[in-house]
Each structure stands twice: as C-alpha cells, then as structure tokens.
Write a protein that binds this ligand. Sequence first.
Ligand SMILES: Cc1cc2nc3c(=O)[nH]c(=O)nc-3n(C[C@H](O)[C@H](O)[C@H](O)COP(=O)(O)O)c2cc1C
Length: 501
Amino acid sequence: MRLHTPVCDLLCCEHPIVLAGMGGVARSELVAAVSEAGGFGFLGMVREDPAFITSEIAAVRARTARPFGVNLIPAATKPDRLAAELAACIAGRIHAVTLFWDLSIETVKRLRGEGVLVVCQVGSLAEARAAEDAGADILIAQGLEAGGHVRGLSRLHALLAEVLAAVEAPVLAAGGVVDGEDLATVMKLGAQGAVIGTAFLATAESFAHDFHKRRIVEASARDTVHTQAFHINWPAGAYVRVLPNSVTRGERGDPFVGPRQVIGADGARSIYLFSTDSPLRSMSGDFEAMALYAGQGVDRLRNIVPAGERVRAIADQAAACLPAERRQAPGAAEDPELSSPVCYAGQADDTYMGYADAAELATELNVLLEAERAGARVAARLTADAADAELKVLAKGIHADEVRWCRALFDALGDLGAEPSTKVGDFYEKAMAIGGMEARLAFVNRGQGWVVRKLRALVPRIRDPALHAVLSEMLRAHEVNIASANAALERRLAPADPPPP
Ligand SMILES: Cc1cc2nc3c(=O)[nH]c(=O)nc-3n(C[C@H](O)[C@H](O)[C@H](O)COP(=O)(O)O)c2cc1C
C-alpha cells in the first residue's frame, strides 16, 4: 500500500487527502472531521474577520489535536485585512497556509519567515514555476475540472504532466477528484495526493446550505458550467465552475450591467446577485440564483455522508487500486522472478562480505523512516510553537531536512521493492510530552544522535553505491544539524555575562 507519500510527512497527516480551503464552506467542523480521519483540512477563510479566524482555529483545536491549515486569497483581500489575517494565522501557530489566485511573493515570504508551511494552488506551468521560485513548499495543480474559482485552462492530467516535469516541490492534484479511483489515478501520474472540494462540500459537517448539498448529489456529469457570471467580490476576469441556474441560463440579466440587487442575507451582510457567495447554513434568500459551485466529478457523488467516512472510503479505495494497477502495468509479469541465478551468487557473496541483505536493509530503512517521520513532526511543532526567530529558523531547517530524508528513505525502499512503513516512531509522543522549547530541542538532538549511531553502523554494510551515497549524506546532514542545535542550546542556556565592574 503506497498511499502515504512524502507530502504526508510535510503536512503531518496519514493520507494524502486534503480538504480544499473552500471559502464559507470549509469551517471548523469540517476541517476537524477531515484532519481527525487522517486527511488534512484547510479552513476557508477568504476575507474573513481576523477575530473569526482566531475563533475558528480554536474551534478546530477543541475537536482534534491533529494539524490543519488556513486558506487565504491575497488578491481578493484588502491589504490591511490580509495583514491582520496573516497575523491571526501566525499567532494561532497554524501548520500550513494555502494561497490561491495572483501570487503574492510578499505573503509567501512572510509566512515562510514565520516557519509556516506554504502551499500554492496554481493553474499553469508558468504559475507553478513562479510559486516555487517564491518559496512555496507544496504546489497544488488545479485542473479545469475544478469546482469554485478555476485559475487556468488546462485539464488536470495535462497540467500535472507539465508541472511534474518542471518543479522539485511536491505536487497535489485538484479538480474533479471525488473517490479513491480518482486519487489512485492522479497518484499514478506522479501527484503525491489530491485536494478535494466538491466531495467534501457534500458532507454532513460542511457549512454549505442543504440546498447546495442537495443540488450536488442530484447533479449529472454534464451539469457543470464554466462561467464569469459570478464576479462581485473577486478580481476581474475570473472563471468559476458551478451548477447551472437562472443566472448561467441568462434569465437574471447581464451580470455586468445595471444596479446591484440584494438576493439574500448572511446575518447583517447582504448577498448580491452575481456575487461569488455560495449558499451557507447561516444564509437566507434566493439560493437558486447564488453560485452553486461544483467540480466535474459531481455525477459520482450520490450521498451526503460524514466527512470522516468519505476520507476513509477514498483512502481504502485508492489503496486497493494502487497495487492492483501496478501489477497490471503493461509488460509487467504477474510474479516477476526477483533475481537471476548469477545474482543469487552475488547475494551469497554479499552475506559473506558482511553486506546487509535486501530483507535486513528493508527493516533498517523502515526503522529509520519511522524515526525521521517522528522527527519531522516534532520539528514541525517546534517551528510552530517557537516564540523567537532563532529557534524557529533552526526548527524549520531540521523539519525540511527530516522531510527530505523521509523522501529519500521512501524512494530507497521503493527501489528495493519493499513496502515503506506508514507508522510514526513513538519518539513523537515522547517528545510531545516534554514541556519547554529548549528541553524539547535537546530531546530532538538526542533522537538525531540515535539516527547518527544507526547510520554509522549501517552505512559500511551497504554495497549499492547510490544508496551508500544517500545514507552517507544523511549521516553528515544529521551531524551538522546536531552541532547547530547544540550551539544554539549552549548560547541560550549559558549564564548571562556579569555586569561590567
Ligand atoms: C464551494 C467551493 C469553494 C471554494 N473556495 C475556494 C477558496 O476560498 N479558496 C481556494 O483556494 N479554493 C477554493 N475552491 C477551489 C478548491 O481549492 C479546489 O481547487 C477545487 O475544489 C477542486 O476541485 P473539486 O471541487 O472538483 O474537488 C473552492 C471550491 C469549491 C467547490
């Protein structure tokens, strides 16, 4: 089962199933349900009051201890409000922020500088390159099939192929993914997971109004429209994908001409005809004429279910599809012979020479993978919790390294034909039980020391030159990180200089 990919280690979740940060719809109840079930939830907080963002962050934490993120749209938000929203995310120690629409390099840098993981959703190759250059940690390739605002004009599979060939950052796929088969397909194409909107809108916990949920589960495949009609509240010239209604059929007049018309209310806020607001639980009014966002996978959604159930169903189905599809790969033998007789001779020689055999290597690499995954999670928490810049930068560096080695170990296990473990080492729980930043960092350093000792014992027993080189580099990187952390700890714990006489 290859469902757990390196992006899960970056996000600190079990399955590469990410809830899109749908404005209005993805609120605390839904985000907590998705993260709690092993996916990763983003709160859709476009243009929201910073006080509301803070209370939603607290509401998620009251429901789950698992990490989650926030979605913001810089281009659709006034600069002062955006600055306050960013401050709320940073103060709330948010693990990750997704950004969408026009790239704001300044926002990416601000978040990265605070140790927040930055995820950018893009709709073209040029945008993917620009986001990576700006420092995005993860990219989301959004295809034309997507529900809500649609950034580009390429279909998902074509865009994925282009982006994957050009960038180093992990890539998630968005647009029309609703079930495990869809997830397995995009993962076979090279995506590390999927970002899902419409399928999570049709869940018990989503904040969409029942009217919208019902329209989704009653829709058929040809039922979505790519239109510019819903434009108020958003930068000009933007397309959305919605279900057809009186607006898309032209029955409500020209969206760009005439006075604004109120068609509903959300508390004290008026909802205008042709605005980007979709019907929410808290609204009243003419829902039929509002933006009924939906992606092209809509015809395969027939039920409104609890979000956790949907996460588990997608994960189980994708896991069942992935190995089966691999076995059926063109030209692949059902039970390939693993080694020719000549190679068997080589293996016997390996054992005699003291080299680790494939089974032992797989066990050792998996032990290291679990330890690195635990280390990555502790470092992510340290980055979020650290109160001062020096510790934040240090922890962020350790996190990036631990994720890098998770990926290298994951790939090495794949090369060996072994199953990468999906477990997190119990080091994580132990580290989290320690109070105080310095004490936790010192504990991380002891964990890194354990990895160094393991690698020193293992590296001389590896015959394969490529794996030997990777693990040697991992060993050196750990030694460097230990030294930097020790130096920082010494500086922080050293008694202050006595005052001058
Ligand atoms: C109701 C709805 C609201 C959305 N709002 C946002 C948003 O506020 N910010 C954002 O980055 N993407 C938003 N999106 C787009 C998603 O990020 C994602 O690209 C899309 O949902 C993927 O396609 P799918 O709906 O077919 O799964 C929204 C999508 C939907 C369906």
